[in-house]
Write a protein that binds this ligand. Structure first.
Ligand code: SF4
Length: 275
């Protein structure tokens, strides 16, 4: 963390007062700044408390390359869901050797995965959207919550994500600087929010950024092996993710508590799974 400005520890809500004056001004203006300028200011303020969380897709690789030029001791964090393609593991090793950077690997809780698989089956996530969300919750969401709650390792105060507005309608309003709704007290930065796929490709080519091998096999977005496939010409960028879910909405169903309060079906299922 910068010795000039003191960023607060993760607690409560991430409010603009917990940003540096320059970050606060950019956040208030709501207009994009050059990714390199944003990264330079963010590292100046948060130092090593700003981490890159990446699955090594093209956008994450651009951020990795840009960030290491500013911060050679960057914290690089990834999530191994236990269902990643072997190509991702191999690429992760390649990236670590190429940039001489250690990679922190988050894993889901073994006991939770065991319960999930024994109750819902090894491919249970294909049974329903709720099952799919439950699997993502156990294998992705909860390990990230543990990271930002500071369980087992230092919690970053802010993190870099490779999302771009063009990728999906749900990302079309993504801000470069935002309080992370999912993790109280944490800031989420998306320096490439306004970039196009062409911008990403141009930076990658200009800087010889290593490329995940599955792109050459027709993948345009890369996640867990059983939930990701190559895309056909004319399909959307993320059409290969959970392709069996046909309807566009991604909302959970609602359950009611005994007192009549609405609860997400996912919360009910998770509670039942974890006992
Ligand atoms: S992407 Fe598929 S395998 Fe991976 S956590 Fe989500 S449902 Fe499970």
């Amino acid at each position: 963390m910068s010795t000039l400005l003191t960023a607060p520890l993760n607690s409560g809500e991430a409010t603009a007062s917990s940003l540096s004056p320059r970050l606060r001004a950019w956040h208030a203006a709501g207009q994009d700044v050059a990714p390199e300028a944003l990264l330079a200011e963010a590292f100046r303020y948060w130092g090593r408390d700003l981490a890159l969380v990446t699955s090594f897709q093209a956008e994450g690789m651009v951020l990795l390359d840009m960030s290491l030029r500013l911060r050679p001791d960057l914290r690089v964090i990834t999530l191994d869901t236990g269902r990643l393609p072997e190509a991702t593991h191999e690429f992760m090793d390649q990236v670590s050797r190429h940039y001489l950077v250690p990679i922190e690997i988050l894993s889901p809780e073994h006991a939770e995965v065991q319960r999930l698989v024994s109750q819902r089956g090894a491919l249970g996530f294909r049974e329903s959207r709720l099952d799919r969300q439950l699997c993502c919750q156990v294998r992705k969401v909860r390990p990230l919550e543990a990271l930002f709650n500071g369980i087992e390792r230092d919690a970053p105060a802010a993190w870099l994500a490779g999302l771009r507005r063009e990728q999906t309608p749900s990302r079309s309003n993504a801000a470069q600087i935002a309080a992370d709704d999912a993790h109280p007290g944490v800031w989420k930065l998306a320096p490439l929010a306004g970039w196009s796929a062409t911008d990403v490709a141009a930076y990658s080519a200009a800087h010889a950024v290593p490329r995940h091998p599955l792109y050459d096999a027709g993948y345009s977005s890369i996640g867990c092996a059983p939930c990701t496939r190559a895309v056909q010409a004319g399909e959307g960028e993320r059409a290969g993710r959970w392709w069996w879910e046909q309807d566009a909405t991604k909302e959970c169903g609602l359950h009611l508590t005994a007192s009549g309060a609405p609860r997400r079906a996912l919360d009910v299922a998770l509670e039942s799974l974890l006992g």
